[in-house]
Unconditional design. Sequence first.
Length: 733
Amino acid sequence: MIESPLLVCMLPARNAAHDLPGWFASVERFCDAVVALDDGSTDETAELLAAHPLVKRLLRNPRRESYAGWNDAANRNRLLDVVAELNPTWLLSLDADERIDEEDGRALREFLQTDALPGVAYGFGSYAMQGDGSWYIDVPVWMYRVFAFEPGQHFPNRKLHFAPIPESINRGAYITTSFRIQHLALESIDRRRARFEKYREVDPHNQFWPDYTDILRVPDRDQWKQWTPRSPNAPALLGLESSLVGPTDGITDRSITIVVLAGSDDAATRRAIESATSQSAPVPVQVLAVGAAPFEIEGAEWVTVPARFRNGQKRNAGLDAAIGDLILFLPCDLELLPGAVEAAVETHQRGFAIVAGAVESADQDARARVLHEATYGEHRADGTEGFAESPGRFSSYRTSLLYEYGPFATDLDDNEEIPLNRTLESERFVTYRQPAFRARRHGPHTPARAALARTGWHRGVAIGRYYTEAFRSRGELFDGDSSFKQLLKRLNSTAGELRCYRQDDLETREPSPPLSLEVGSWLGFLREIAKPEFGKTALLWGRPVLLAVVTLRRCGEANALAVVKLDCYRGTVRVVLLPLNLRTGAGSDRTVATELGLASGAGMSRFNVRAAIGLPLKLDVEEFVDIELDSAELSIAELTSPRQLAGPLGGIRVLAALGRPGAVRSSIERRALVATAMLARNAIRERSIIEVPLDAGSTVDDEAATIVRQFLEEDRPGRILGERDRLKRARWA
């Protein structure tokens, strides 16, 4: 047995006997050992695993006749526990229906032996193979599969569909590579159907994935590309144009722009500008000063703006005037130290799109340092080089990144960079911390309690702004989203980190400075979340923009089916009426009503909505609202009528329909339905309806699906179509 192997593959498998010979032929080229788990197979999977010499550990689950009971997280965590017995350097998760090409495997092993870093999760492009396995679709799905082993690691406890990367690895350290995975599960229609049925069995309500019907969508033959071996000169890490970080191939970091944000203190502004113009760098440096009162400093250009401009507006003005491939924003309270820009440029040239610096305090007073930590806590002067969680206040960027994801918030009094930085973080751009990229802060001498409260307030407002914008269309901000939960845990993290100053530096038991920051952060955040504006109720609890399949029943029998798009911001509701006997596909004897479970009374699920409605109409729809009506409640016309909903009793009737026990079954939380209905009552001004005019037993063709999609996505308000104006005139039936 190999002692401390370089690379161990972890393989959970079920009924994979037909895939294992090819899988072993692939991994034995680059892998030292395999740790495998047989998940209750009914074929020869366990015997094949036990017989192969590369398998050093084999775990078994009791035999099962179906996929019911499949828990991928539990299986992979068992593998992660037992792999510790081998003490490997690197771990790779590779499923039985996946392969790594010979040249990719050789390059991967060389990369792990030389340049790979512990604490990083490396991602592979997974390509759907087609036909005989020599063709593929050139649309990669990024799979994070390789990481350095450490004792005590644990995968997320999500049952299905998660990245098999330990929770201890920072999300900022997820890096994509040029290594490729060949995914065989989609190479034939039979394998696609088997995969679809597997997930339909184990996740019938789409709890872990919104759309499995993509599995059944066979790409056109003209989308196939011939698989080619890896180029020997291909870099391991991808460039920015294809990924989040990468080497300099195809990326030109030929100049940098430093934007100094001038303030009311001319001496501080002059100091910041002079520190920028004195920098040496391996590329040309452009220095811009943005402010209302220009003064001459050699080597600097002024961008004059009105005195009322906030820092966000100044940042955007500097961005518009910048000519550098890289850009750095320098607040006037910071002074760049010698070598700072050179270190930032060299780090960018190593392939990182965002580089965070270190900020030291010029004031050694303990209370002033507490304020400094509150303002620049992400840029600790004693921080080590490596991956950072987010960019922070003092960072340099590739300019093209800000053109794509900007601009900066213009109506915030401070922390204007937080919403944009959070957006970049959510888009998975990597931030690299470079301590040699250094600045010194010359802060104002203000009472710690007041300054911290103000700093916390601005930070909380900025974070609240990011979340209100990020959830504006999807809504349900308070619906337990994992990222929002994370925010609630981290909102006062700066204050928590500062508590050490109470004992070590302040030499006092007074908790006021950190508490002021914490209270200020929460108040600022809650103020932004609770600030009255149109659609705020639906943003917090409902769905401001809702696309759903709506069915109406009377006496338990379905009598109406429609796809409804409700857009409270535009004030429109669009309804596509569908016949219940619409067939789900050519040659199929199953109707929409049967597929949705309306005929049998089994009830709808997200999975069925995707298969029966989303797939034929090519719509991104998964939500459903199934309403049982009685004679006193809403009809389909009233449900979509602005006049009816806006009437004196409209809100009461909506609440009656939604509140009566058993009246509504929906994939949407009841509170979200109520919030959305009440917002729609006041917001909807226009409605338009089309009816799919198909004969009994017909199926929707591509032209019909295109017209329906265009109708639902149309920006201008529609009109209610009369009987003669229905889409039969379009001759697409």
